[in-house]
Design a protein around this ligand. Structure first.
Ligand code: EPZ
Length: 421
């Protein structure tokens, strides 16, 4: 197993170039099952979640190749009965393959998806939506070995999402793209990754309208073709490095970052005193004095403050001057990293299960344990402001979403290295 060793770092400086967004690439990879032709996706980071998704696609007969940031997928022959159920349990995004498998083959039997321990993460919205599109679904619930059996190709219809679930919106878009009817998704999620998936689907011949609004219409097609596609950059990684400059200070250019994808985040960091200059090629982030506390932050579906940057923002507020309050409204267990920040001396009180009250202060190095992807990134960022040498165990969680967090951070002057632990 590996760990990160990080020491206090001052005045970060330089340029970080963003790669494709994990949460855009994962559904797009699943969407490759919809076509028998070759698909090439470029600017892909090497992430364990992406590798696991490629393994799932291989298990149903897809041919995959991943080299120099390029992912080639060819799903000419697909056999849903061969799906690797143990891999399905490993990552949350495995559920994305359900819609494409049903559209392509008319049947699928899957295990419940896994993922970060940030909440129960049910899939009822996915399954109810597919039922509205004519799919017959039964579930045998027995803990770890629960199985979902689906029969029938989606035939189009009207889905009313009672919550703007990102994954459910994406699954239903893909289920409608290769179907005999038209699908209307009311209450759709608005995230940039939804728009990117729609762009990809239209590039392979689908007819998706309204992505980025709460009503998405998908006119089903009988067949789709191949494409070459470059996904949007990873806004959550961009936000991670904004937080790093906020706590360690400096002047860093995040190449490829799109300000429009991070409006609510830029607003909050600017309120804390961070200078962020937007340009067509990226974001320049400058910080030279102590962060100011930000009174109230609430995570919300896009365009609200993204839950995935909540841990990074709390890490920054842990060293800000004053008291900040952060409320998490999407996931019920997304503050587990707070206990670990407390080992570094952070003064954070959890009021109930979804509100953190943070009083900024000096942090001191400690040995801490990453328990989920963004919580682990938050511990790493906090360590840059902590006096002494911190050790962050559980780097495998961080590797799910960051290709080489230590390389990125050292490239701008942070003191972080990976060790075998
Ligand atoms: C996606 O997860 C992202 N993952 C998450 O990023 C992100 O935090 C989340 O969207 C919210 O933005 C990927 O795209 C691979 P949801 P997803 O469905 O689709 C409830 C990361 O760090 N819900 O929008 O699973 C759910 O429990 C990851 O990169 C149901 O109740 O999120 C949660 O409370 C973490 N029933 C809320 O909706 C369902 O069927 C939002 O979930 C589905 C979801």
């Amino acid at each position: 197993m590996y760990a990160l060793v990080a020491t206090k770092s001052n005045n970060l400086n330089g340029n970080i170039k963003l790669k494709g967004a994990k949460n855009s690439i994962l559904p797009i990879l699943a969407a490759c099952v919809l076509t028998k032709e070759d698909v090439l996706i470029t600017n892909c980071p090497v992430l364990s979640d992406i590798i696991d998704m490629l393994k799932i696609i291989s298990s149903v007969g897809g041919k995959v190749n991943f080299y120099n940031g390029n992912v080639e997928v060819c799903c000419k022959n697909i056999n849903p009965s061969q799906i690797d159920k143990s891999l399905m349990k490993k990552i949350r995004s495995s559920i994305f393959i359900l819609g494409p498998l049903l559209s392509r083959c008319g049947e699928a039997e899957i295990s419940l998806p896994g993922g970060c321990e940030i909440g129960a993460r049910p899939i009822d919205l996915h399954l109810d939506g597919l039922r509205s599109l004519g799919v017959k679904i039964s579930q045998s619930v027995c803990g770890e070995n629960s199985v979902v059996r689906c029969k029938g190709k989606p035939v189009g219809g009207v889905v009313r999402l009672k919550y703007p679930s990102v994954g459910a919106t994406e699954n239903l878009m893909m289920a409608g793209a290769l179907s005999s009817g038209t699908t209307a998704i009311y209450g759709a999620a608005l995230e940039p990754e939804i728009v990117d998936l729609a762009t990809f689907l239209n590039n392979i011949g689908a007819r998706v309208y309204g992505a980025g609004t709460s009503l998405i219409i998908v006119e089903g097609k009988t067949s789709l073709h191949g494409a070459r596609f470059r996904p949007i950059t990873d806004r959550i990684i961009a936000g991670t490095y904004i937080a790093a400059v906020a706590v360690a200070k400096g002047d860093v250019f995040i190449e490829g970052a799109v300000g429009d994808h991070l409006d609510s985040v830029l607003h909050k960091f600017r309120s804390a005193g961070v200078i962020i200059e937007e340009s067509a090629s990226g974001l320049r982030v400058k910080m030279s004095r102590q962060l100011k506390a930000v009174k109230q932050t609430v995570t919300l579906p896009y365009p609200g403050f993204p839950t995935d940057l909540q841990p990074l923002f709390v890490a920054a507020m842990s060293v800000a001057n004053g008291e900040s309050v952060v409320t998490e409204t999407l996931f019920e267990n997304r503050f587990r990293y707070v206990y670990q920040l407390g080992q570094m001396g952070a003064d954070i009180i959890l009021d109930g299960e979804n509100t953190a009250i943070i009083r900024g202060k000096e942090l001191s190095a400690s040995s801490v344990f990453a328990q989920d992807l963004r919580g682990g990134a938050a511990l790493t960022v906090a360590a840059l402001a902590a006096e002494g040498e911190s050790i962050i165990y559980g780097v495998e969680h961080i590797d799910r979403g960051y290709e080489n967090i230590e390389n990125d951070l050292t490239s701008i002057g942070a003191n972080v290295m990976r060790v075998f632990a």
